[in-house]
Design a protein around this ligand. Structure first.
Ligand code: 5GP
Length: 202
C-alpha cells in the first residue's frame, strides 16, 4: 500500500487559508481534514471535534510530555497541536491529509513525513488582509493589529515551504493550489508498480 501525502497550508491570519482549505476539501472529499487540539476558548459557531478538540492547559501539557503531537505551537497566547497518531495512521493507510497550521509548527514536521509532504505558504496583500480581518469582525482592533504584526514575522518562515501562493483573487489562488496538489500526485515516485504497468498498458 502506498502511503498518503501530507498537504500543509500555512498563511498569515486573514490570507484566506481557511477558505482555500474548505474549497479544497469540497473539491477532494477523500482528503482527510486534521482536527487540532487547542487551549483557546471555543468561539460561538465552533463545534468540538469538528473545528478543534478544546482542552485545558494541563491536558495539553500532558499530551506534549506523552509525545502525542506531530507539532505544536503557541499562537496569540494559546496552544495548538496536531495529533501524531491521526496523521501517521492516515498516511500509512494511503490517505491524503490536509493540515492547516501556523508556520511555527512546520519546522517540527520530522523526517518521518519529509518525503510525503507538500508545504504551501499562502499570502495576501497587506491592505487586503486588514480589510478581511475587519470584515469578519471576530477580533478586536488590538487583536487584529497583533495578528498583522505576527503575520509579518511569519513571512520569515517562507523558506521552510515548497510553494508560495498569492491569494489576491480567490479563484486564481484555488487553481494554483489544485495544480500543486495534482502535480504532486502525478509524481512517479507515488505510483506502485501495478499502477505504472496499468498506465503504460503492459
Ligand atoms: P484560530 O484560533 O484562528 O482558529 O487559529 C489560529 C492559528 O492557529 C491559525 O493560523 C491556524 O492555522 C493555527 N493552527 C490551528 N491548529 C494548529 C495546529 O495544530 N498547529 C499549529 N502549528 N497551528 C495551528
Amino acid at each position: 500500500m502506498n502511503e498518503g501525502t501530507l498537504l500543509i497550508f500555512s498563511a498569515p491570519s486573514g490570507a484566506g487559508k481557511t477558505t482555500l482549505a474548505k474549497m479544497f476539501m469540497e473539491k477532494y472529499p477523500n482528503i482527510q481534514d486534521s482536527v487540532s487540539y487547542t487551549t483557546r476558548a471555543r468561539r460561538g459557531i465552533e463545534v468540538e471535534g469538528r473545528d478543534y478538540f478544546f482542552v485545558g492547559i494541563d491536558k495539553f501539557n500532558e499530551m506534549i510530555s506523552a509525545g502525542d503531537f506531530l507539532e505544536y505551537a503557541t499562537i496569540h497566547g494559546n496552544l495548538y497541536g496536531t495529533s501524531f497518531k491521526f496523521i501517521d495512521d492516515s498516511i500509512k493507510s494511503g490517505k491524503d491529509v490536509l493540515l492547516v497550521i501556523d508556520p511555527q509548527g512546520v519546522s517540527q514536521i520530522t523526517e518521518r513525513f519529509k518525503g510525503r509532504s507538500i508545504k504551501v505558504f499562502i499570502v495576501a496583500p497587506v491592505d487586503e488582509l486588514r480589510k478581511r480581518l475587519l470584515s469578519r469582525a471576530e477580533e478586536s482592533i488590538d487583536e487584529i493589529n497583533i495578528r498583522l504584526e505576527n503575520g509579518k514575522k511569519e513571512i520569515c518562515f517562507m523558506c521552510d515551504y515548497d510553494y508560495l501562493v498569492v491569494n489576491d483573487k480567490l479563484d486564481d489562488a484555488f487553481d494554483k493550489v489544485k495544480s500543486i496538489y495534482m502535480a504532486e500526485k502525478l509524481k512517479i515516485k507515488y505510483m506502485n508498480d501495478d499502477d505504472i504497468y496499468k498506465y503504460v498498458g503492459v
